[in-house]
Write a protein that binds this ligand. Structure first.
Ligand code: SF4
Ligand code: SF4
Length: 153
């Protein structure tokens, strides 16, 4: 399993409605599992109706505590968010989602720049480059993202 450092403090996420809930059942914003995650996580990461909010949520989301029930082993793509892998034409980018409140408040900070460098280094390692190549489901035409760094693999 891949583990990446987190930039968004957990307390910030616990007060936010942004993640793990979706307006549609079939949406590109839902978590995409790596091939190697399929076996262990496919029964723990899929969308179900969220009666309380009239939308959809990940089956592993606890709507009372706002916590992920499988946080310690949550999918790579969930760890990566608010960053995503985005496609523009033939090019692939490490991109960030401005819908995330933390990103809106921290985009210009030193902490954000340092974390971006950390992620850029992460995706430059051969193992992770290969992983992106082997998992095209992670690379989507997400609307409204800011493309930050082009990824070559
Ligand atoms: S949108 Fe950003 S701040 Fe809100 S829960 Fe998701 S990662 Fe946390
Ligand atoms: S696995 Fe956890 S972090 Fe990912 S969408 Fe589901 S509840 Fe949210």
């Amino acid at each position: 399993m891949f583990k990446i450092k987190q930039i968004v403090p957990s307390g910030f996420c616990l007060r936010c409605d942004g993640c793990c809930r979706f307006s549609q059942l079939d949406t590109i914003w839902q978590p995409h599992l790596l091939n190697e995650e399929q076996k262990k996580l496919s029964k723990k990461v899929y969308l179900i109706p969220n009666i309380q909010q009239g939308n959809f949520m990940c089956v592993s989301f606890n709507h009372k505590t706002h916590k992920c029930k499988i946080y310690a082993r949550c999918p790579f793509e969930c760890q990566l968010y608010p960053f995503l892998i985005s496609r523009k034409g033939k090019n692939i980018f490490l991109a960030v989602d401005l819908k995330c409140l933390f990103v809106q408040k921290n985009l210009k900070t030193k902490k954000f720049k340092e974390y971006l460098q950390y992620l850029t280094n992460f995706f430059s390692r051969p193992r992770y480059k290969k992983s992106l190549k082997d998992n095209p489901q992670l690379i989507q035409n997400y609307p409204g993202l800011i493309n930050l760094v082009e990824l070559k693999f």
